[in-house]
Unconditional design. Structure first.
Length: 572
């Protein structure tokens, strides 16, 4: 007799309701399972196992607050129920209440020190708290107890990746796959780690194995598309993102990555529309402003508009080019931007009022704006496309000429030779290393005659400049009166003092382009090449004074530097 038949014949048979619920739960019929457990509890309110299973089912349904209440009912009835302490902690993990979760795991492990799942769940909480050394120790304790535990090996690899110990992470995932060759998460994590290590062909193979296990894994399709994009297999990358979106239309990461690819190829209309998804992407490390001011819409009529900057200073500068050409007399525009840009923007765009990014929300609310918009949405709202960019492409930032004269006097002994400003590094957390090169790799440039080089790189570069002097006999002149990190107005003046600029994709590139200084921008092959440099361009669409040279091979700057050297020689 089945449990369904048992409860039909005897509706008061409490254990049959419980067992029927457990069977339904295993079949992932969660709504029906929940009904069964609740029927059992109606008959026997202190049925500990039914409360516990009800909590597990609610967890599977992602109804975490209700699951937590169910587990707490168990613990009120049976305080030493070790499984429930672990499940209680796992639910708190889902609710991001990590400190409370750790307390639950400690209770579970005090009752049962060899409880493997509790060690793993504790590791997850510690990982999410960025207490990586402790998380690693927790996973390793689990593996001591159960050496073939695939999830422990996989989670251990994730923590090692977070610690940037990628080779060790890869070995951990490989151990997981040794025990279970078709473990989806371990295959995906292996691919992700190989991608970090730029072993792209191996990464593709790993993602393809993962897709063979589950062709409908949205996360794997996203990662697969990322690798294809960085290999410049753009059509395949786009197909992968679109497949992910077909399976899950609200998948923010896939929509955002599709947006970046469309924008890269100047497909602005659809690209701008999808670019809105950036705010829901976990790796987009910028906060949407919290305000009661309504967002500006296509049909919205406003008199006082609040525009707020997002992302880094380079992004602020490139989007400000849109604002520079947006000056309807009936709209008063206020821009929240990085305070370091204020002297430059106040001089260049006097029609725009400025507020610092650190301004208090209460101050904003008191100033009765009619609408607000993040600066990155101006492209969509104003229908910016290639034609508009070409029509409006002109220098829009004005250097401080007095400071420019000051720097010209300081470097007067360099004249009448050509002055070339140089910058070679980016500190972007995600892709800075891909966009940067060693100053020593610019050796062919430094061999050119009748050119003097001036530092435009922010940060402390004294050691790198000294190394170049020792190795190549080349001199990079540093202005001790300029803090290129914090004094953006001074940096612009020094850029404009130069006859030309050679730089990687960083703030210097944006500032040089925005003041119309002729220059060359060295770009990576694909990864780290941001969308606004576009693909296949020899001249910047946003900054016509800048020429673009991209790597021909991944991580190989040699041809790129040779091209820049030829350009400088021809344009000096």
């Amino acid at each position: 007799m089945s449990y369904k038949q048992a409860v039909t014949l005897n509706p008061s048979f409490v254990d049959a309701w419980f067992n029927y619920g457990a069977t339904l739960d295993e079949l992932k019929h969660y709504d029906e399972a929940l009904v069964s457990f609740e029927r059992a509890l109606a008959l026997k309110p202190d049925y500990v196992e039914a409360w516990s299973n009800r909590g597990n089912t609610l967890n599977a349904m992602k109804r975490y607050d209700e699951a937590l209440a169910s587990f707490e009912r168990v613990l009120a009835l049976k305080p030493d129920y070790v499984d429930t302490w672990s499940n209680h902690g796992a639910t708190l993990n889902e609710l991001k209440r990590y400190d409370e979760a750790l307390a639950s795991f400690e209770r579970a492990l005090a009752l049962k020190p060899e409880y493997v799942d509790a060690w793993i769940n504790q590791g997850i909480a510690l990982h999410d708290l960025k207490r990586y050394d402790e998380a690693l120790a927790s996973y390793e304790r689990a593996l001591t107890l159960k050496p073939d535990y695939v999830e422990a090996w996989s989670n251990r690899g994730n923590t090692l990746n977070a610690m940037k110990r990628h080779e060790e992470a890869l070995a951990s995932f490989e151990r997981a796959l040794l025990f279970q060759s078709k473990h989806l998460e371990a295959l995906n994590n292996t691919g992700t780690t190989l991608y970090i290590l730029k072993r792209y062909d191996e990464a593709l193979a790993s993602f393809e194995q993962a897709l063979a296990v589950n062709p409908d894994s949205v996360e794997v399709l996203l990662n697969y598309g990322d690798v294809l994009h960085d290999l410049k297999r753009y059509d395949e990358a786009l197909a992968s993102f679109e497949r992910a979106l077909a399976l899950k239309p609200d998948h923010a990461e896939s929509a955002y990555n599709k947006a970046l690819q469309l924008l890269t190829f100047e497909q602005f209309k659809q690209g701008w529309e999808l670019y809105k998804w950036r705010w829901k992407v976990k790796t987009f490390n910028f906060q949407h402003i919290q305000t009661n001011i309504p967002p500006w819409s296509e049909n919205g009529e406003v008199k006082r508009l609040l525009v707020w900057a997002e992302q880094g200073i380079g992004d602020e500068i490139i989007y400000t080019s849109i604002l520079a050409n947006f000056n309807p007399p009936e709209i008063e525009v206020t821009l929240i931007s990085d305070e370091r840009l204020h002297p430059l923007l106040a001089r260049s765009l006097p029609h725009i009022k400025l507020l610092d990014r650190k301004v208090l929300k209460s101050f904003i609310e008191k100033n009765t704006f009619d609408a607000h918009i993040p600066i990155g949405d101006l492209g969509r709202l104003l229908s910016i496309d290639k034609n508009k960019l070409q029509l409006n492409a002109r220098p829009y930032l004005k250097p401080n000429l007095e400071r420019q004269e000051e720097y010209m006097r300081y470097f007067s002994d360099l004249k009448p030779l050509v002055i070339c400003g140089i910058a070679w590094r980016s500190k972007n957390e995600a892709v800075g290393s891909d966009k940067s090169l060693s100053l020593l790799k610019l050796a062919p440039l430094f061999n050119l005659k009748n050119i003097k080089f001036v530092n435009l790189q922010y940060g402390d570069v004294s050691k790198e400049v000294e190394d170049v002097q020792m190795a190549l006999g080349a001199t990079i002149h540093i202005n001790p009166n300029l803090d290129a990190t914090n004094d953006i107005d001074g940096l612009v003046s020094q850029i404009n003092m130069c006859d030309m600029v050679v730089t990687t994709s960083n703030v210097t590139a944006h500032l040089a382009g925005a003041v119309g200084k002729k220059g060359i921008v060295l770009l990576p092959y694909s990864r780290g090449k941001l969308w606004y440099w576009h693909e296949g361009q020899g001249q910047s669409l946003w900054y016509p004074s800048l020429q673009l040279i991209s790597q021909n091979k991944i991580d190989d700057w040699s041809e790129c530097v040779d091209g820049a050297t030829r350009w400088v020689k021809e344009n000096r």
